[in-house]
Design a protein around this ligand. Structure first.
Ligand code: DAH
Length: 344
């Protein structure tokens, strides 16, 4: 290698050494090895007399350039390391310690339940649908067979934005939106946030619901029962028993509520001497509302009730998560305590 090439190579070599040097002491060693009296620059210069006199000035000039650059590099790195050592001394912070891995997040139990339920229904051929949280009175109530003076509106404490615009109190308005925008047959599952003017130990002003709707020719109550039984056993375990009780909703006729055998006490109603706190000793817990779509709802979306029938159901997601994971306090869902969330 020519002396000029050897001189040029000193620059990348020193750079590498400077990156390796983590303290001012190591930096000084690097300086001596390169720029010191017996360093690599000096050793190259000691061979100058080997050259023909005509070649010497060019090499000498190169040596000066390289030396200036090497000195600059040294000064830069010295300043950096001095600043680091100052910071280290001031804060007790040691930049050479290994880093701490960022904590990995986990999915919220509400999200997990929504995903699991949507997965089950997608497996049964349902599509996931959604609708707005700020909703028209018409979709939330009127088209669901609850005209302005209907007493069923009292069942829900509504957050109104204006006289006719409100925060949806349930996911059922998406039934109406879906039917208005499509032709039967259809099957949708609708997860989403809902809002009610309610806030105490067991109620929060916002919570999540999942709505289901199936419409077609000859859709029957038996299919409703079969579908919901498969779904509830999928979520709560195959040993879960399901029962249906008659109920009332303005948008379904007939209407029912479904109960599952209590997954906390296994449906026994007690554990040892103690009455089960979740099912209060009955062995059953209420889990969802459902029914056959009321002909009046079909009429308001322009479907012919003589041609099609359908079933619908709705349930609260946090309630499902509480039962499934044994969470005793609804507030846990909204506090975002990382120690709680990390358990799912
Ligand atoms: N929307 C009802 C509620 O918020 C739940 C519900 C009941 C939905 C029966 C339905 C249904 O689709 O058929 O309490």
């Amino acid at each position: 290698m020519s002396l000029i090439a050897e001189l040029e190579k000193l620059i990348p070599d020193l750079r590498t050494e400077l990156i390796r040097a983590c303290s001012l002491q190591e930096l000084e060693q690097a300086r001596v090895a390169c720029l010191g009296r017996k360093g690599s620059l000096a050793r190259i210069m000691a061979r100058l007399p080997e050259l023909a006199p005509t070649e010497r000035p060019a090499v000498g000039q190169k040596a000066n350039e390289v030396k200036t650059r090497l000195t600059e590099l040294m000064e830069q790195r010295t300043a950096e390391l001095e600043a680091l050592e100052d910071a280290r001394r001031l804060s007790g912070f040691d930049a050479s310690l290994p880093g701490r891995a960022p904590r990995q997040g986990s999915r919220h139990p509400t999200t997990l339940v929504i995903e699991e339920i949507c997965d089950i229904f997608q497996g049964l051929g349902y599509e996931v649908a959604s609708g707005p949280e700020v909703e028209a009175d018409y979709y939330n109530f009127e088209a669901l067979n609850m005209p302005p003076e209907h007493p069923a509106r009292d069942m829900q404490d509504t957050l109104y934005i204006t006289d006719r615009i409100l925060m949806r109190t349930h996911t059922s308005p998406v039934q109406v939106r879906t039917m208005k925008s499509r032709k039967p047959p259809l099957a949708v599952i609708v997860p989403g946030k809902v809002y009610r003017r309610d806030s105490d130990l067991t109620h929060t002003p916002m919570f999540h619901q999942i709505e289901g709707l199936m419409v077609g020719r000859d859709v029957s109550m038996a299919q409703l029962r079969g579908t919901l039984t498969v779904f509830l056993r999928g979520v709560f375990g195959l040993e879960t028993r399901v029962r249906f009780r008659p109920s009332f909703f303005p948008f379904t006729e007939p209407s029912a509520e479904a109960d599952i055998s209590c997954c906390i006490c296994g449906g026994r109603g007690h554990s040892g001497e103690d009455v089960c706190r979740v099912c209060k000793g009955t062995g059953w817990v209420e889990i969802l509302g459902c029914g056959m779509v009321d002909p009046a709802v079909f009429e308001s979306v322009g479907y012919d009730p003589e041609e099609v029938t359908g079933f619908a159901f709705g349930l609260g997601v946090e309630r499902v998560a509480m039962l499934k994971y044994g969470i005793g306090d609804l507030r846990m869902f909204f506090e975002n305590d990382a120690r709680f969330l990390a358990q799912f």
